[in-house]
Design a protein around this ligand. Structure first.
Ligand code: KIV
Length: 259
């Protein structure tokens, strides 16, 4: 039986089963998540912070994202691998967007790409999907815009903002996005958006009202040196386990004689 999660199979889950998504940045993590049956693995540009030690997602490059996407794709048999397009890899022109997105599919083995932004991204999404590149849209808190948003703030709090997000979601669906990430917004807003479109919504910090949910894997497993966002409940404490193992090793080896 073919257990591979394609864009159309993911879309068909809406209204039936939750779409379960996590990020991954390397082969081993991707392999473990794939083995347990995660539907969609996002090579999120949050790896700029979680793996590469940058302050935000803005500095991560196409080369770095291609490198991590290829590693993830090597670890995955069934999940849909979605590559996050880094800052300025799709904003400059449709031609750049197609050329860069194409590399994720052609060279790195991704099944789709993710881009941030509302209705103003409809033309680029249309261009990508018409050229055979499936797109996961992303609205609400869009971290590549923190400089204009003035920080990581909850979006869609007022009725006017919520209406704007619904309009965005409808435009992105019309442009051909196969699903939309809704980041950091009140559940009421996420619910309204989810009801306003036929394609699935995938929430993060948006309650549990969307067709699917995504988390940064480091926040799920407690592999962080800073506290996770309030909405993320860690199910493990991997950072402490690593510290404890390294400390035990340090003590043991210190205690052995030199020959
Ligand atoms: O980069 C990322 O990890 C993301 C998720 C938060 C959706 O975009």
């Amino acid at each position: 039986m073919n257990n591979q999660w394609t864009v159309s199979k993911i879309k068909a889950l809406k209204g039936k089963n939750k779409i379960i998504c996590l990020t991954a940045a390397d082969w081993l993590m991707a392999r473990l998540l794939d083995e347990v049956g995660i539907h969609l693995i996002l090579v999120g540009d949050s790896l700029a912070m979680t793996v590469l030690g940058y302050e935000n997602t803005l500095p991560v490059t196409m080369e770095q994202m291609l490198h991590h996407t290829a590693a993830v794709a090597r670890g995955v048999k069934n999940a849909l691998v979605v590559a996050d397009m880094p800052f300025l890899s799709y904003q400059t022109s449709e031609k750049d967007a197609i050329a860069n997105a194409g590399q994720f599919i052609k060279k790195a083995g991704a099944g789709a790409v993710k881009i941030e932004g509302g209705s103003f991204r409809a033309p680029v999404i249309k261009a990508l999907t018409r050229n055979g590149i499936p797109v996961l849209a992303h609205i609400g808190l869009t971290p590549q815009s923190i400089k204009t948003m003035g920080g990581y703030k909850v979006q869609g709090k007022t009725q006017k903002e919520a209406k704007e997000l619904i309009k965005d979601a409808r435009m992105l669906e019309k442009a051909g996005a196969f699903a939309i990430v809704l980041e950091c917004m009140p559940p009421q807003t996420a619910r309204k958006i989810t009801k306003s479109v036929k394609i699935p919504t995938i929430g993060i910090g948006a309650g549990s009202v969307c067709a699917g949910e995504v988390l940064v894997v480091n926040d799920l497993i407690g592999l962080n040196v800073v506290p996770p966002p309030r909405f993320a409940r860690p199910r493990a404490d991997v950072a402490s386990a690593i510290r404890a193992a390294a400390e035990e090793y340090l003590r043991e080896v210190k205690g052995t004689a030199q020959h």
